[in-house]
Design a protein around this ligand. Structure first.
Ligand SMILES: [Zn+2]
Length: 305
C-alpha cells in the first residue's frame, strides 16, 4: 500500500494507492496546517493514522510540496506554507512516522504521474508544464525526473527578461518578486492572463476589465469577445516561444500540461499549434496536450516517488 500527501498553500490532500500507484483507493483533504511544524506534523499524522486504520499501515510515503526541495539537504523552500518552509521535510517525517519518506516538488510529481501512467507514457523525453495560478514545469527522461543540481529544473517562467517585448505589445511592464526582472510567470499562466486582459481592456479598449479570472477570459475568447481575443492572442505570443524554446532544447515526444488552464481544450490546441510552428522538428500529431491527471497528478506522482 502506497500513501501519498500533496501539500498545497491552502489544502493538503492525502491518498492511499494500490502498490503499483495506479489506483486511488481512498483520500482525505484537510486545510493545510500552516502555523507551525508541530501543528503540521500533528494534523497530517492524525489524517494518516485515520487512513491507516482503514487500509493498514503505509510501507512508504511520497510527499508532493508546492516548493523547492534541495537535492542534497532535503530542505524545503515553500514560503506559502510557513510550517514546512526551511524544514528537511523527508527526514522529519521519517523520524515521526518511522517509514521511508520521499519528497518532491508538485510540478515534478505531476510530470512523473503523467510520464508513468498518463499522457506521457512511452515518451523517452516528456516535458511537463504547469499552467495554473503561475507557471511551472518538470522534465522526465526515461520515466525518471531529471536530477538537477539545486531542485530548480523546469522553471521556465523566470529569467525571461520580457520587458521590451511586453512594452512592444502594449502591455504594462511588471517586475517579478523572484528578483530577475520581467519574468514570463507574471504573464504566462492563469494569474498572468488576468493581467494581460486587464492591460488590454484598460490600455487598448479604454474600459475596465469585467473579470480577471482566466476561466472567464478564456470563455469570452471562445465566444469571440474582442478584448479577450486580443488578450489570448498576446498571451500566446508570450507563452508559445518560451515553450518552443524548451521543445527545441529537449526534443520531447510529448509536452503534457497540468494546472487549471489545461482544462480548456481549445486554448491548449491553440498553444499546441503555435508551439509546433515555432519548433524546428516536424510533429505529425499534437505535441502539447492536456494531462490525464490535471486535478490529482501531484498526489498520484507523489505515490510513485
Ligand atoms: Zn521571476
Amino acid at each position: 500500500m502506497r500513501y501519498a500527501v500533496d501539500i498545497g498553500g491552502t489544502k493538503t490532500a492525502l491518498g492511499v494507492f494500490s502498490d503499483d500507484a495506479l489506483e486511488l483507493l481512498d483520500a482525505r483533504v484537510l486545510p493545510t496546517p500552516r502555523a507551525s511544524w508541530e501543528a503540521f506534523e500533528a494534523g497530517v499524522g492524525e489524517a494518516l493514522e485515520t487512513l491507516a486504520a482503514r487500509h493498514g499501515p503505509p510501507t512508504r510515503l511520497g510527499v508532493s510540496v508546492a516548493g523547492v526541495v534541495h537535492p542534497n539537504t532535503g530542505v524545503v523552500r515553500c514560503t506559502n506554507v510557513p510550517a514546512v518552509h526551511g524544514q528537511p521535510l523527508a527526514q522529519r517525517l521519517e523520524a515521526r512516522l518511522g517509514l521511508p519518506v520521499r519528497v518532491a516538488n508538485d510540478a515534478d510529481c505531476f510530470a512523473l504521474a503523467e510520464a508513468r501512467h498518463g499522457e506521457g507514457q512511452g515518451a523517452g523525453v516528456m516535458l511537463g508544464l504547469i499552467l495554473g495560478t503561475g507557471v511551472g514545469g518538470a522534465v522526465v527522461v526515461a520515466g525518471q525526473l531529471l536530477p538537477g543540481r539545486s531542485g530548480l529544473s523546469g522553471e521556465w517562467g523566470h529569467g525571461n527578461q520580457l520587458q521590451d517585448r511586453v512594452a512592444a505589445l502594449g502591455l504594462r511592464v511588471r517586475t517579478c518578486p523572484c528578483g530577475l526582472g520581467t519574468c514570463l510567470d507574471l504573464y504566462g499562466a492563469g494569474r498572468g492572463l488576468g493581467k494581460v486582459y486587464t492591460d488590454v481592456c484598460e490600455l487598448h479598449f479604454d474600459a475596465p476589465p469585467e473579470t480577471t479570472s482566466a476561466k472567464a477570459i478564456v470563455a469570452a475568447w471562445r465566444a469571440g469577445q474582442a478584448p479577450a481575443e486580443r488578450a489570448v492572442a498576446l498571451w500566446l505570443t508570450l507563452v508559445a516561444p518560451a515553450v518552443a524554446s524548451l521543445v527545441n532544447v529537449l526534443d520531447p515526444q510529448r509536452v503534457v500540461v497540468g494546472g487549471g488552464m489545461a482544462n480548456d481544450g481549445a486554448l491548449l490546441q491553440a498553444l499546441d499549434a503555435r508551439v509546433r510552428e515555432l519548433s524546428l522538428a516536424d510533429h505529425d500529431r499534437a505535441l502539447v496536450v492536456p494531462g490525464r491527471f490535471i486535478n490529482d497528478g501531484s498526489l498520484r506522482g507523489a505515490a510513485s516517488l
